[in-house]
Design a binder for this molecule. Structure first.
Ligand code: FAD
Length: 242
């Protein structure tokens, strides 16, 4: 059996921008021949502290992977703060390994339903971009959620995704006084996702904090979705920021 090789590289930061309050989008130069499948992630550490590693999902299009790749990072702790201190043009001691992961969307599903909370949207951006750029026939329904309308990631991209056939459904838990959110308030429940997708035979991809992912998995299966069609990526046991 062929051994899978996970290359290690020292990427130069090309740009860093706010994706929402407290969330940064980082773009790095790719190493030669870099390729990935949407859903995969990279492991990051700094050369002087190899034990402190963090996983970040690739959020850019695989179509542009040979030139650059992007990750979107919640600036929640020490590691992300160190990443945030890097300046464009620097490699800054950052070491990256990967890509890793078998939780992937290869574009073959007739209907993929992508469900995220908070920064869990990041791998789904790579999936949506791949569908559009490769003109894939499979349907995508995207159900994302954030705390406030301002906290929704990539919201200036949603119209383009919709124009390309992706069914984007966003919700917020704290809409404020804006009546436009009246029927789009609260977290995604399994029943709400199932109703939005309207397809028991779809493949459901869930990404975010453990508790959210676990509850949605159980709820979708109770509604009749076959267990192999509920595919989950758990990011950890953290307090949900949405
Ligand atoms: C496969 C995989 C892919 C991941 N992809 C991403 C990604 O694309 N973007 C991303 O931001 N994170 C992602 N994570 C989480 C990430 O690896 C780190 O745990 C996170 O960035 C915290 O690192 P830190 O050192 O900055 O904060 P820490 O000091 O480790 O944590 C500070 C606090 O933030 C909480 N926390 C951890 N992750 C998050 C989060 N994502 N949102 C809100 N609070 C959090 C922690 O529980 C803790 O309470 C992924 C995790 C896995 C397992």
């Amino acid at each position: 059996m062929n051994k899978v090789v996970h290359p290690t590289f020292r990427p130069v930061l090309l740009s860093a921008n706010d994706a929402a309050a407290g969330i940064r989008l980082f773009r790095f130069a790719s190493p030669t021949g870099f390729r990935f499948t949407p859903g995969q992630f990279l492991m990051f550490h700094f050369v002087d502290d190899p034990k402190t590693c963090r996983a970040y999902s690739l959020c850019s299009s695989p179509t542009m992977s040979e030139a650059s790749f992007e990750v979107t990072v919640g600036m929640v702790g020490e590691f992300s703060a160190r990443l945030g201190a890097l300046k464009p043009g620097q490699e800054g001691g950052l070491v990256v390994r990967g890509p890793f992961g078998k939780w992937v969307y290869d574009g073959a599903d007739p209907h993929a339903v992508l469900v995220s909370g908070g920064t869990g949207l990041t791998p789904f951006r790579a999936m949506c971009r791949m569908k559009i750029e490769q003109d894939l026939a499979g349907k995508i329904t995207l159900c994302c959620a954030a705390k406030t309308p301002e906290d929704l990631l990539y919201k200036d991209e949603y119209d383009g995704w919709r124009q390309n056939g992706i069914n984007v459904k966003e919700r917020v838990t704290q809409p404020g006084a804006d009546a436009n959110w009246n029927d789009k308030t609260g977290r995604w429940t399994a029943a709400a996702v199932f109703a939005a997708a309207n397809d028991a035979a779809a493949v459901y991809y869930l990404c975010g904090p453990n508790k959210m992912v676990q509850e949605l998995r159980e709820g979708l299966q109770a509604l009749g979705v076959a267990p192999p069609n509920v595919r989950t990526e758990k990011w950890g046991d953290y307090t949900e920021l949405f």
